[in-house]
Design a protein around this ligand. Structure first.
Ligand SMILES: [Zn+2]
Length: 508
């Protein structure tokens, strides 16, 4: 059905168009067909008319980095450093192998939350414990298909044992635990490539192109040369974004130092850093790393809330921008940004860098945060020609916000109020590929009450916090030693906000 939005305030994010304009917008099929001054588009019979006076229409938000498999674990852990956190998050317990139904429901949980707050696209770097099976992969993709959301999905798996992924650990653990750390993962590189063959053949381009595959190696230190090369070939052949977590933590910087090259250089020298790369986090990078990323034309995925939740540090935003490195924004997973709300992420991206540089002229401003959020996300997805702006011929991925709400009252500066004031509560309509998937707070594609009931019932059947804590317990002393040793290593860089002179003072 065609849809005519009448009398909107349009923020199109299209170069050459006004910053904002009063406009009618006609959507035909999945695309924006026409934009004209109010009253400039004749209403054809059968067209659905949406009165958009007093409302803002803009492109949908893009969650540039996400992991759906822990959607049911929001709020389940205290803040912990990544290396400790992962012991609780994804232990290899047989009880954590999801049923297809559970994988479907948990994927749908965050899809619902994102669509309601105006996120129309997501890049899901989905990991599977202990390994992906076709029915579970299908369940994740089917959830995105049914939700109406636009999604790229990768399989984030490792083909190497744990022992080489972290510094010092091999020397710290006793022999019996070392044998477990040295055991290879259950799925071989061949098995993982079979899973990719299934993902790409069955789902890439499905739902009229709304669903797409992506490639993931998780991180350079987690994959063999052979598997990394095969993944890069797949990425190249199908022109798919390649997700790679690099230098999220100080311990990862230390690991690279011990190996004689940073993990960015590791990835580049193995031939995998390219303009298809989504370098996730890039916190503990140095100038050489950033030069390599810029020269390759890679995008960096910035996840400022997750980085705070896990105490990882602060990405050097301005240094990236100065080198022209494209940045997209992401929530990371729902266990590390527990709300899956891109408005919060944008606000954090707009604020956290202000404490990293005394020169206020180098702080992010609202338009560049929005550029990362929308255009940066589209670029990361390799979809710049289709989404991330509203113009004739572009996909109709758009949101309509009520301007008669507190975040916009009074309206002083639209971009600043989008970044610093709005929290998703003004979003009245979400459209993906020309289909209205949310209107006035109700999802049109999902029975939300039933979804929440199923999620509660299914989550109750999963391995509980006590079980994962029992599994983590024997490892904790050694991981803590490893973490503290990495924290004390001399790196001649800092990405934290430590107040050294206050340590040891009275506790309050
Ligand atoms: Zn991640």
């Amino acid at each position: 059905m065609d849809t005519l939005f009448r009398g909107a305030t349009l923020r199109s994010f299209t170069p050459g168009r006004p910053h904002t304009e009063q406009a009618d917008i006609l959507v035909t099929g999945s695309v924006v067909a026409e934009i004209a001054p109010p009253g400039g588009i004749a209403e054809a019979p059968g067209t659905r008319v949406v009165e958009a006076g007093g409302h803002l229409i803009m492109p949908g938000l893009i969650n540039g980095h996400f992991h759906s498999p822990v959607n049911h674990l929001k709020g389940s852990l205290d803040s912990l450093p990544l290396e400790i956190f992962m012991l609780y998050e994804s232990p290899g317990l047989p009880g954590l192998m999801p049923s297809p139904r559970f994988a479907y429901v948990r994927t749908m949980l965050a899809a619902a939350e994102m669509l309601k707050s105006g996120v129309t696209s997501v890049q899901d770097d989905a990991f599977f414990v202990p390994f992906p099976t076709p029915d579970v992969v299908d369940a994740v993709l089917q959830a995105y298909a049914d939700s109406g959301m636009r999604a790229r999905v990768a399989l984030d798996q490792s083909d190497l044992p744990e022992i080489g992924k972290l510094p010092f650990l091999a020397d710290l653990v006793p022999a019996d635990l070392r044998a477990r750390l040295a055991a290879p993962p259950e799925a071989s590189a061949e098995a993982l490539l079979d899973s990719y063959a299934h993902l790409i053949s069955r789902w890439h381009g499905a739902s009229e192109g709304r669903l797409m595959a992506a490639i993931s190696c998780s991180a350079p230190q987690r994959v063999s040369d052979r598997y990394l090369g095969a993944l890069d070939d797949l990425s190249k052949t199908h022109d798919l974004p390649f997700y790679v977590h690099i230098l999220e933590t100080r311990a990862q910087r230390v690991l690279g130092q011990l190996q004689g090259r940073s993990l960015v250089r590791n990835f580049a020298e193995r031939g995998a850093l390219s303009n298809r790369s989504n370098v996730i986090h890039a916190i503990w990078v140095d100038g050489d790393d950033l030069d390599l990323i810029a020269a390759a034309g890679a995008t960096v995925a910035h996840n400022p809330i997750s980085n705070l939740r896990l105490g990882s540090g602060v990405m050097p935003f301005r240094a990236l921008r100065e080198r022209g490195i494209p940045i997209c924004l992401g929530t990371d997973e729902a266990i590390a940004d527990d709300s899956v709300n891109m408005w919060s992420v944008a606000k954090m991206a707009g604020l956290i860098h202000n404490i990293g540089d005394p020169d206020y002229q180098r702080w992010p401003n609202a338009p560049e945060v929005l550029a990362c959020l929308i255009g940066g996300g589209a670029h990361a997805m390799r979809q710049s020609g289709r989404i991330g702006a509203l113009a004739p011929g572009m996909q109709a991925d758009l949101i309509m916000l009520d301007l008669d709400t507190y975040p916009f009252t009074p309206l002083n500066d639209l971009d600043r109020q989008l970044v610093y004031c709005e929290n998703g509560s003004s979003v009245r309509l979400t459209m993906v590929a020309g289909t209205i998937v949310m209107r006035d707070g109700m999802l049109t594609t999902i029975d939300e009450r039933s979804l929440r009931e199923q999620a509660r019932a299914l989550a109750a059947e999963q391995a509980g916090a006590e079980q994962t804590a029992r599994e983590a317990a024997p490892w904790l002393p050694y991981y803590r030693s490893m973490y503290l040793r990495a924290a004390a290593a001399d790196l001649r860089m800092d990405r934290t906000a430590q107040a050294d002179d206050l340590r040891g003072g009275p506790q309050c």
